[in-house]
Design a protein around this ligand. Structure first.
Ligand code: ADP
Length: 333
């Protein structure tokens, strides 16, 4: 019963696919990134060459995969998709790269999780459309150069900082995706409701939008839960259904989910508001440091509940307030 982006069931994926915008014009928000991509694609098309490699950085569910598909669609090129965790050895990458057709867009999701040896192979591939394949072992090992078809790499990562510099530097353009404003999420939801043929009050849509963690994927999923609720309880998809569904799925008034709250509560109650280091925090809530850092924290920071300082994470006055707690310092005269 989680609405977190990592809970991927087949039905959820099919649902997401159906709602994916197919063009830059349909893609809501991220105005800056859209303009930048538009220019990059247009210039490449005028010069009849493959577009520069593109890195898309930002928390899950903000539209990285969707943008990769749009890049392929808008430039009229085929798309091949893989992910960092699927590339465990340089050989895995060699197989993918050597199978590319000229001009293909290669999307590598979670590119920061690719094997080191593959990363090194990728440098050369990105720069010169060439790789060296090692054959044999020890003294008899030789490397065989292999020319590749020109391609455009579109990499996605939750944080650009997770990539080694040499890899990051080989992207012609890095797009930093931001959390969406509530008004933008309303547009996302409006579009989704129309596509799914759902009748939902506009006040209900606004409420979902305001509690979706600034994330289109979460907004769309909440919409579906509200639809379920209205269906099962034979009510209209209005404010009451939204309220009930949000409560059922543990989404609070600011849109924080269970893990967001666990992190805040840990900082507030166990560490007296901080500062607390990332790794200590991760161990305390039983979650990977990378998840805390690139999924949980960005939203807590943007909501103004948490700040990052050189000494660690610190809860802000709004952070204390949201959890109905008084700072200990404040109660000491
Ligand atoms: P990411 O790859 O960053 O995790 P996705 O591209 O898979 O995110 O997006 C998740 C879902 O959110 C998609 O199904 C898509 O329908 C929706 N979505 C994301 N960004 C937008 C947007 N800008 N406008 C409309 N829908 C969006």
């Amino acid at each position: 019963g989680s609405i977190r982006p990592d809970a991927e069931s087949e039905a959820e994926l099919a649902f997401e696919g159906a709602l994916r915008p197919k063009s830059l014009a349909e893609f809501v928000g991220q105005r800056k990134v859209r303009g930048q991509l538009q220019l990059l694609l247009q210039a490449a098309s005028m010069q009849n060459r493959t577009p520069d490699h593109i890195l898309l950085a930002g928390p899950p569910g903000l539209g990285k995969t969707t943008l990769a598909m749009i890049v392929a669609h808008e430039s009229g090129r085929p798309l091949r998709m893989t992910s960092g965790p699927a590339i465990q050895h340089a050989g895995d990458l060699a197989a993918v790269l050597s199978a590319l057709v000229p001009g293909e867009i290669l999307f590598v999701d979670e590119i920061h999780r690719m094997a080191r040896s593959a990363e090194e192979m990728l440098y050369l591939a990105m720069e010169d459309f060439r790789i060296d394949i090692m054959v044999g072992k020890g003294a008899g090992a030789t490397s065989i150069p292999l020319d590749l078809a020109p391609f455009t790499l579109v990499g996605a990562t939750t944080r650009a900082g997770l990539l080694p510099n040499p890899l990051r530097d080989r992207f012609g353009f890095t797009a930093h995706l931001e959390f969406y404003e509530t008004a933008e999420l309303e547009q996302v939801l409006d579009r989704a409701a129309a596509l799914l043929d759902l009748e939902v009050d506009s006040s209900a849509l606004s409420m979902i939008a305001g509690r979706s963690r600034g994330t289109p994927r979460i907004a769309n999923r909440l919409l579906r839960r509200v639809r379920d609720y209205a269906l099962v309880h034979r009510t209209s998809a209005g404010l009451e259904a939204v309220d009930a569904a949000l409560e059922l799925y543990d989404v609070d008034g600011l849109g924080l989910d269970r893990l967001d709250r666990a992190v805040m509560q840990c900082i507030l109650t166990r560490f007296d508001g901080g500062p607390v280091g990332l790794n200590t925090l991760a161990v305390s809530v039983g979650e990977e440091a990378e998840t805390i850092e690139s999924v949980v924290e960005p939203f807590l920071v943007r909501t103004g509940l948490l700040t990052r300082t050189p000494r660690g994470r610190v809860a802000t006055p709004s952070g204390w307030e949201h959890f109905g707690l008084a700072r200990r310092e404040a109660s000491v005269p």
